[in-house]
Each structure stands twice: as C-alpha cells, then as structure tokens.
Ligand binder design. Structure first.
Ligand code: ATP
Ligand code: MG
Length: 404
C-alpha cells in the first residue's frame, strides 16, 4: 500500500472516531485500482469544514465555502472536502450553488467520469456505484450520467475527457464522444486558465496524438483559444511532448500566431520560454555558430528545440540537429553564461578612464564579452583591465576598440 494511503488513513480513522465518515476519493482511487503511481490523495467526508478544523490539529483553509480544508499529517498535506452536490449550472461552467450533503453517493454522482467517481474506505475497499472499475477494465472514459447533461453543466469536462484519453490511453465512450461533438462550442464559456491546466496535462500524456485527433474530430480544437487559429493538418502533424513546444513550433511555422499567444494568459516565464524556443528555431535557420546558439539560449530552451528537432521535419534537419546537440554539449563549457558573469564592474572602467558613466560602458563590456567567448581573454579582472588598457581608447564619452 502506498505510503500516502497509510498516512491518509489516519484521517479516515480520526474522522470515524469523531462520529463522521471519510473516504479516499477521485483520481487516487482510480490510480490505486490501476496500480499506477499516486501523487496526491484526496479525502471526502460528511464532516463540515468547521468540524474538520476542530478535529484536526493542523489545518489550512483553502476554500471553506467549497468545503475544502487541507489537513496536515506528518507534514503531508491532504485535501479534505465535505461531500457536495452541485446544482444550477446556468453558464456551462461553475455551479451556481454548492450544497453539502451527508451522502457519499451524491458526492460521487457529481464527479465527471465513472473512473473518477469511486471512493475507498479505511479497509481499502472500493465503493464504485457507477461502474468505474468495469470501464477501467475496458479502458473507457464515460461520464457519470448523461453526457449531454454533464457537459452542459461544465464544458471543461469535454477537455478533461481528451486529457484523460492522452494520460491513460483510453477511448472515450461513443455516447460521450457524440456529446462532445455536439457541445464543443460551449468550451468557449470556460475560463482559459482552466483549459490551459488540462491542456498542459494532455500534452504530457503518452497518448497526445490520439487526444489531438479526438480534439479535431469533436471540434473541441476550434473552440480553444490559440489552437482555434491552427489548421487541422498543421495541428495534427506535429510530434510534441508539451503544450509549450506545440505552441513554439506552430508559431515558428506561422508567425501570425504570435499575436494570439497572450490570449492563453500564461505566466510570463512560460511565455518567455515559448518565445525563446520559437526564436531558437528561427536562429537555427540562419547562419549561426554553435557558440552563438549555446551562448544565447538557456539549457531549457536548447532542450525544448532539441526535442522538437528530434521528432519533426525541417529543411536541413540533420545539420540543425547536430548544431543543437553540439550547443547543448558546449553550454556548460562556455567561460561565461552572460554579461553578468564578467569579472568586472562599470565603476572600475569609470575610474580607469576617469570618466562618467554612459553607453560607452556597455560597448566595452560587449567587446570584452566577445574576447572571452572567443577564448582570447581570461575572465579575470586583472587580465581584463590589462586588455582594456591595451585595446580601448576613450574619448569624450565614446570609445574605440583597437584591433591587434
Ligand atoms: P490527476 O491524477 O491527473 O490529478 P484527478 O482525477 O485527480 O487526476 P483532478 O483534476 O485532480 O483529477 O480532480 C480530482 C477529482 O475531482 C476527479 O477525479 C473528479 O472526481 C473530480 N473532478 C475534477 N474536476 C471535475 C469537473 N470539472 N467535473 C466533475 N468532477 C470533477
Ligand atoms: Mg488530482
């Protein structure tokens, strides 16, 4: 039994000792049944949030109004959520009302797919009122209840179906798939942030290709920010293992997509990563040296582009693959990884030339940077100042580099 279940079991028994019921629920039960690895374990209970806070020593309120409290046991956090029913979805996204219930089955009933609507008690017995185990056996993703209704309540579930089909390499049940095709356009009402969470997971699964085909077949793709601007064929013929690389590659193929990137509301770091990866693919198509490629990109970006090069076709692919591989190899051996690494500061230059600061300092640094990268100059302040003395002439706020 996984350690998380053993530690989490203390929550279940403590709840029981206080007259409540508690169960493991959702993804962890599915993964346990499938003998997959477990990352986090969620617990559901008939205890109300205030009860949970009263019973357990260490708790964090992360969404009391939705019934969720984090309980810390031996420093491990567990999400403990009160049994809920949801009702009155008037806008295809969040329920208008969340109501607590004392029945486990009502809580399981609101969950998206049969495989996700199972609970497990403190004896590790699975409670499976909707045939989750049977569907897992058949490798089928099926909504709990009528698919049209469930997708009308929350359109994100359609994208979650695609995400799980990639993650688990399962097929979507025919009636569930039919409802996806019928309701695809409702995805436009779902907050882009929620869609991105599912897309990130979808792209990290082993069944990306099939999931993308499903998104095209059901037209989900046409109602997703950014992806809607990519033609079906272009969307289907890439081989990528992350959403970031998909976007980077598509933006390289069609620079017109760049203006839609912001619509995904990604973090600045992620946006930068994507833009830099696209920039690197562009650079590989220009006459760039291994050193230039290595120096101008972070390892993460080099690796993104390398992964893209490994499984997609480009003109002159072999040379580009070699260039990027050499750059990754060279990267750790570069004498500096950026101007900030140069063993010198602007004040030393100002003192040396007895001059005030200005653009000229940057010019000197750029010249030193090149010398160091070319291997002509050691990154040592004494050596650098000697080089400056011999090669830099300062006059009236500007400089001249004297070549040897
Ligand atoms: P993973 O292992 O990838 O996290 P998961 O099944 O735990 O998979 P989560 O997104 O973490 O997926 O959701 C936890 C559980 O909450 C699900 O198993 C499901 O029971 C329920 N759930 C999540 N989102 C929805 C939704 N939009 N509609 C209905 N139930 C949902
Ligand atoms: Mg989860």
């Amino acid at each position: 039994m996984h350690e998380l279940f053993l530690i989490g079991n203390k929550i279940l028994t403590t709840l029981e000792a206080n007259g409540y019921k508690g169960y493991f629920v959702g993804g962890c039960v599915r993964d346990y049944h499938m003998r997959r690895s477990i990352n986090d374990v969620d617990i559901t209970t008939d205890a109300l949030p205030d009860d949970i806070e009263r019973i357990f020593e260490r708790t964090i309120d992360v969404g009391k109004e939705h019934g969720t409290i984090i309980v810390l046991i031996e420093d491990t956090p567990f999400e403990v959520t009160t049994f809920r029913t949801e009702s009155g979805y008037s806008d295809f996204r969040r329920p208008d009302q969340v109501a607590f219930t004392s029945r486990l089955n009502s809580d399981l009933e609101r969950r998206d797919f049969t495989m996700n609507a199972m609970a497990m008690d403190d004896d590790f017995q699975i409670i499976d009122p909707y045939g989750g185990r049977e569907d897992i056996g058949d490798r089928i993703i099926r909504t709990v209840g009528r698919a049209e209704e469930r997708f009308n309540e929350d359109a994100l579930r359609m994208l979650r179906a695609a995400r799980f089909s990639s993650h688990l390499e399962f097929q979507v049940a025919p009636e569930t798939e039919r409802a996806m095709a019928e309701h695809a356009r409702n995805l436009e009402h779902v907050a882009v942030e929620r869609c991105v969470v599912e897309l990130l997971k979808l792209y990290r699964g082993p069944g990306v290709k099939a999931a993308k085909a499903l998104m095209v077949k059901t037209r989900l793709k046409d109602h997703l920010t950014f992806l809607e601007n990519i033609g079906d064929e272009d969307f289907l013929d890439t081989e990528v293992g992350s959403l970031e690389n998909e976007i980077a590659l598509q933006m390289w193929r069609d620079p017109g997509l760049k203006r839609h990137l912001h619509e995904l509301k990604l973090s600045n770091d992620m946006k930068k990563e994507i833009q830099n990866t696209t920039g690197l693919i562009e650079m590989l198509h220009s006459p760039a040296t291994v050193r230039e490629v290595a120096y101008s990109h972070e390892t993460k970006i080099l690796e993104n582009a390398s992964a893209i090069m490994a499984s997609n076709t480009f003109n002159g692919l072999k040379e580009k693959r070699e260039l990027i591989r050499s750059a990754i190899g060279l990267k750790p051996h570069l004498p500096i990884s950026g101007i900030a690494d140069i063993d010198l500061d602007g004040n030393m230059l100002m003192e040396f030339f007895n001059a005030r600061g200005g653009r000229w300092i940057r010019k000197v640094f750029s010249a030193i940077e090149l010398e160091i990268l070319d291997g002509n100059l050691e990154n040592d302040r004494k050596k650098i100042m000697e080089w400056v003395d011999a090669h830099v002439e300062y006059e009236a706020g500007d400089i001249k580099i004297i070549e040897e």
